[in-house]
Design a protein around this ligand. Sequence first.
Ligand code: HEC
Length: 264
Amino acid sequence: MKEGNNDCKGLSRRKMLIGTGALAAGAALTQFGGFIKPAMATGGKTEKWPWPYEKLDPAKTAEICYNEWYRVFCGAAVINSVVSQLREKVGEPYTSFPADAFVFLEGGQLGWGTICGSPAGANIVANLIIGPRISGAHEGHLIAADIMQWYSETALPTFTPKHPKISATLPTTTSQSPLCHISVGKWMKEANKALKSPERKDRCARVAASTAYRLVELLNDWKDGKYESTSDFSCAKENGITGQFNCMECHGNDVPEAPSPTKS
Ligand code: HEC
């Protein structure tokens, strides 16, 4: 790790078109450099992808998500904003999919401040519809990586609902991280609002809605056959450890080197 380098990304820019590139074939290169076979055993017999997908309106999805946040919070709101519409347009398998089970994603999973429920929910949806990388479909995986990077690098929230529950203008903040603790913490500091304040709640409802909007844009592109991955960061490949790109925020100037970073 170069000292003073707070931005380790961009070293291995990966732009992939559907069906092209080294990862398109049956075996997928994992984040950790090993090879895994397409699903064949237990799951592979009954699990079939992609699930039928009809293009959705991003703004309408975001409105649904915003309102759902006040019922089931970030993760389940993002999931339900897509699943509820596909239940009407498509029916099964969406009808049987228990979207409300994902309420536990709230607060970075039960208030533990780990991954924000909004990208977690979006990534569940992308992999649910398109399929996991072990199924041979890589776009769900790539969309999930795009969502992680977009969430980390975007001043959020980007979406303003038609009928917001809070009339004041809310500040936007860029978290440089998909972690709930960091994302919410930076916003609370900027807004000087407590966790239990109506403003913080509405901010998170709008972040969920913003994420649902972005997810549907990506899913629609995939449906149209014009999806192209934009994420360019893989910490495991570049630094030999799973992680985020904002090393110095946690480690200061003394970013440790992983043992044998070139070995898998
Ligand atoms: C969200 C906070 C956070 C971020 C961001 C972060 N780390 Fe860490 N990292 C930690 C903590 C906490 C530990 C465990 C305590 C420790 O050993 O410092 C750790 C451990 C490590 C270790 C294990 C070896 C060791 O000395 O502990 C390495 C290597 C490492 N980090 C490298 C990185 C690199 C490279 C980046 C950026 C690409 C990064 N970290 C980003 C918090 C973070």
